[in-house]
Design a protein around this ligand. Structure first.
Ligand code: SAH
Length: 366
């Protein structure tokens, strides 16, 4: 057997000291441990990486989000200055495409200050490189808390799915937290906390309350939704795009992905991306509870079509070679692909805003 990685040793040490840990804690160590976390140590995107994302598939994605931000800024009454905040910007590709598109309105570009929230120094370096040619002020932060207050438009693609998720399992005496511990062979193994979570069902939808013994439910801390809602409810809007479900539901979606394949989240911690679907209903309810307005969720296909992805594709193809044109078409097809596993349907878009804003672009009733 090979020598365990430094992160594996660290997790074993933590379990030895304090006992099995919630999956949420395990996930957060795997992804964002300050030295050995998955995102901290590498660039996971692209064909050679572990997975790919919408902005890496088609430039139209970032461009349309840039134009979305511009329209929302106008609806907000053109506040100056306005912050364009991106959460988890990856390689910086989406912001680059968004800023290029936003140039169509110099007034908007001049009002902008860009705030990048990125926990990974490795990815921050890539983002700086990718954005060096834009003459708008851009600053980097390790968390949303350090971004100044003020009118803000927030964009986040595939960010929430990387936030730690808790799993609970229904037993006859209530819901028990799922934990990561060690089995008799000394390997990482899933278990249940001995005591049920006190009054866990109190705020849960009926479907969850009525779940049979053995059912699994995933949930995230509401704090993140509160943070976003607090920032945008007074002059602002946020756009969250992620794979997930429109209504809270039972079942487990925690998954690890490595070199474009699924792997076991308990094997090789820190070497694979670990994510779980976003419960958009829970997110929206939390944001609404503190006074923000909710738009959607709608499917990514519907959202991008309403923003004009097909027309954007036509325009791009006009100046392109045959090969480029084919790639543009392929990219757009992938982003809007129907079917359970197609990105157009699996991915949902939710906006959270200042309640004085009317229907936002992309969210017109069907
Ligand atoms: N939005 C990008 C990247 C998605 S991957 C794209 O669509 O291509 C998730 C991104 O969130 C990475 O940039 C990762 O480093 C960052 N990230 C993950 N957890 C984070 C956290 N807790 N705080 C800040 N950034 C985080």
């Amino acid at each position: 057997m090979s020598e365990p990685s430094p992160l594996e040793k660290e997790i074993r040490r933590l379990i030895a000291v304090s006992g099995p840990m919630p999956i949420a804690r395990y996930m957060s160590l795997c992804l964002t441990h300050p030295k050995y976390g998955y995102y901290i140590t590498r660039d996971p995107f692209g064909a050679d990486g572990d997975f790919t994302t919408s902005p890496e598939i088609s430039q139209t994605f970032g461009e349309l989000l840039g134009l979305w931000a511009l329209s929302v800024w106008r609806m907000l009454g053109e506040p100056e200055p306005v912050q364009l905040i991106e959460l988890g910007p990856g390689r910086g590709t989406m912001m680059r495409d968004a800023l290029r598109a936003a140039k169509v309105l110099p007034k908007f570009r001049d009002a902008l200050s860009v705030q990048m929230v990125e926990i990974s120094p490795t990815l921050e370096r890539l983002q700086r490189e990718n954005l060096k040619d834009f003459d708008v002020p851009i600053r980097w932060h390790r968390d949303l808390e350090s971004v100044p207050e003020g009118p803000s438009i927030i964009l986040a693609n595939e960010y929430v799915d990387a936030l730690p998720v808790h799993q609970v399992v229904k037993q006859s005496d209530g819901w028990h937290e799922r934990v990561v511990g060690l089995n008799a062979n000394g390997d990482f193994a899933l278990g249940l906390a001995p005591d049920p979570l006190p009054r866990f069902e109190r705020f849960m939808p009926k479907k969850i309350k009525d779940a049979p013994v053995g059912a699994i439910f995933e949930w995230r801390n509401d704090i993140f939704a509160f943070d976003i809602a607090r920032r945008v409810r007074n002059t602002g809007a946020a756009l969250l795009i992620d794979y997930g479900h429109i209504e809270s539901d039972l079942g487990e979606t925690l998954q690890a992905v490595n070199a474009h394949n699924f792997s076991d989240p308990l094997l090789a911690p820190g070497m694979a991306d670990i994510t779980a679907h976003v419960d958009f209903a829970a997110f929206g309810e939390a944001a609404a509870a503190i006074g923000a307005a909710i738009h959607g969720p709608v499917t990514q296909a519907r959202f991008l079509r309403e923003l004009g992805i097909d027309a954007r594709g036509d325009a791009l193809r006009r100046g392109a070679t045959d090969e480029q044109a084919a790639n543009i078409t392929k990219g757009i097809e992938r982003l809007t692909e129907a079917g359970k596993t197609g990105m157009g349907e699996l991915f949902k878009v939710l906006a959270i805003s200042d309640p004085k804003l009317d229907t936002l672009p992309g969210f017109a009733p069907a």
